[in-house]
Design a protein around this ligand. Structure first.
Ligand code: ATP
Ligand code: MG
Length: 353
């Protein structure tokens, strides 16, 4: 939608016709990711390729990269689709991450759990999202059944951080190497899934400065073209640790559609199309609240309480099948502080009562 606003023609490649982006495409190519004929056709139709999520097989991006610019590049996506690569990259540029061990067997898991000596989280190295592919463990726990349950060839065991809060920064980097960070966002997760994001973050200025600096550094060292989202844990002493990276528009940046001069989607399009980056100053404080499939338990929710509210922007993604925990939409309420957050959560609770 952001690309079309700038007058571009949009071609969507997806494995399923139900993909939400298909409904706004000028041309949709529906084929398996490993279909070379369809990929060739796609490459012939476009001037530049970008990705909407990072779990696209690397071979697909490499195939396309031989034909058209892929932004972000396959090497950036490769780092971000694998937690082991991601952590090694961050450590190599001197950025702190939670203490972790790479795990390939139940035995290794048992030893690592004792070594870390703290409550920990076992995460699949690849293909996890919204807290899926994660198991919480304590030292001394049995490790055979969690390892089997995870059913992944490689995982990481991370120390569970006793953080004060979570934050994220979305940084854009252009074709000519200019970087620009969106305002710092405060995030609250529930059951491993993003629940609420607020801007401004209300974090102390030195913490904001530090996370902005880290995000710019990551964007530069990765050499990303497009967006890189950096998720942080903020510790009680004001220290910060990077949780993970995403090389794309991010759920915690959805509020930028209404709160920032240039939305994250428009910025992504500008970056990958070789345009100058847009302004990222805050137009209004805001609270973004996710709408998960659980709200559909008793059928389609009643959107009237949200639609009647001035300064509230409702976004529904048109996904089929409202499964529990599935992100079906979100809304952004303009306003600042605890009162805006309370009002936003109160309004959400009204839609399925
Ligand atoms: P997404 O891609 O949707 O952000 P994900 O499945 O990749 O999700 P993570 O970001 O790794 O998941 O974790 C989701 C949430 O779980 C974090 O935002 C945080 O609230 C909690 N969490 C993850 N790792 C840790 C940790 N090491 N210590 C404490 N909490 C954690
Ligand atoms: Mg995350």
């Amino acid at each position: 939608m952001a690309a079309k606003t700038l007058g571009y023609r949009v071609v969507v490649y997806d494995e399923t016709r139900d993909g939400p982006a298909v409904s706004c495409a000028d041309l949709a190519i529906i084929a398996r990711f490993d279909d070379p004929v369809a990929l060739e056709r796609f490459a012939n139709e476009v001037d530049v390729v970008t990705v909407e999520f990072e779990n696209i097989p690397l071979s697909v991006l490499e195939f396309l990269e031989k034909r058209k610019p892929v932004r972000p590049s396959s090497s950036v996506v490769h780092i971000c689709q694998d937690r082991v690569q991601e952590k090694r990259f961050l450590l190599s540029i001197g950025i702190p991450v939670a203490p972790f061990r790479v795990i390939t067997s139940a035995g290794e898991l048992g030893r690592a759990l004792m070594e870390l000596g703290q409550p920990s989280i076992l995460k699949t190295a690849a293909l996890g999202y919204d807290g899926k592919g994660q198991i919480r463990l304590d030292p001394g726990d049995d490790t055979t059944s969690p390892w089997e349950e995870l059913s992944a060839p490689i995982a990481v065991l991370e120390q569970r951080m006793d953080f004060e809060s979570e934050a994220s920064v979305i940084c854009a980097r252009s074709v000519v190497g200019e970087t620009r960070c969106f305002p710092v966002q405060s995030n609250i997760h529930r059951d491993g899934i993003l629940d609420v994001t607020t801007v401004p973050s209300r974090l102390p200025k030195p913490v904001e400065d530090r996370v902005l600096e880290i995000a710019s550094e990551i964007a530069e060292k990765l050499g990303v073209i497009g967006l890189i989202t950096v998720e942080f844990f903020v510790l009680a002493d004001g220290g910060v640790v990077v949780n993970e990276l995403a090389p794309r528009p991010h759920n915690s940046g959805h509020h930028t559609l209404e709160t920032v001069m240039t939305s994250q989607f428009a910025q992504h399009v500008r970056a990958v199309c070789g345009l100058p980056l847009g302004a990222v100053s805050l137009r209004s404080p805001g609270v973004m609240v996710n709408l998960l499939g659980d709200l559909w338990n008793q059928g389609e929710p009643d959107w009237m309480p949200l639609l009647r509210q001035s300064d509230l922007f409702l976004h529904l993604y048109g996904k089929k099948g409202a499964k529990s925990g599935r992100k079906m939409g979100h809304f952004t309420l303009l306003g600042e502080g605890m009162s805006a957050s309370k009002l936003a959560l109160g309004l959400r609770s009204l839609v399925n009562t």
